[in-house]
Design a protein around this ligand. Sequence first.
Ligand code: GDP
Length: 299
Amino acid sequence: LTRLRERLSRSQSSLGRGLLALLSRERLDEDTWEEIEDTLIGADVGVAPTQELVETLRTRLRVEGASDPSRARAVLREELVALVDPSMDRSLAATGTDAPGVVLVVGVNGTGKTTTVGRLARVLVADGDQVILGAADTFRAAAADQLQTWGERVGVPTVRGPEGGDPASVAFDAVKTGKEGGYDTVVVDTAGRLHTKAGLMDELGKVKRVIEKQAPVTEVLLVIDATTGQNGLTQARVFAEVVDVTGIVLTKLDGTAKGGIVIAVQRELGVPVKLVGLGEGADDLAPFEPEGFVDALLE
Ligand code: GDP
């Protein structure tokens, strides 16, 4: 975790350092507040959360005094943590009781969906869960191969179907096998073709329906690439309209200095970031911790 934290702070520290430098200026005049606003918006925090934060900071620093830099830092930390919202439930509902829990992993191709499924399986297995994977992305031949390779690495079976086959039928088979075999969790990879909203809705809706005939979908994780900024948000919105997303996986956070996307995406979807991707390696998926994240920003 320390290593992940280091990696995160390396990519994010420019935001924290920039804000701290601005806040420690002798006079917090209008120009400085504007620069603070620009810095936050530039880091993908989003316009509304930025304005709220600036408003709160201005009020608090006026009342509590901004002359002491360590005080300004403490206030900034508190308000950033509040914005990331530690009260959201970030636990993963991955394990079922009577039937296996089903984790549906959705998102646009290239965001890191398959990698997330593999790495999540690894985490669950380490926790003692019996896991099985479903390769319901039947549109790309490589996707099922890639998932199966992950399965072999982690030591869990992968259920797959013919290339170009029906994704729902693969999902059905995976959950059926999981149920019959007494597994705790089925993690289902899905296709992320954002062709049309109606098409996506049909496809994911059907996948979800056939799964629910056998076991509850306990978690729908939407994978978002942190480096895609506003574009990623637009795509996320479409998915959120199509399925009830229960958690966000923000990948490639190591590849951007714009950590504010965490705040923007939670605000946009009203759903917590539960996991973050901090590299390409097998153990570079970490639970998202609001306080640790903000500390990494301010390091
Ligand atoms: P999918 O098309 O959504 O299934 O995406 P993949 O799982 O195939 O991932 C696309 C690429 O992103 C691969 O090269 C992954 O190694 C890479 N990737 C996934 N997650 C992360 C991450 O957290 N950080 C970095 N740097 N790369 C990642």
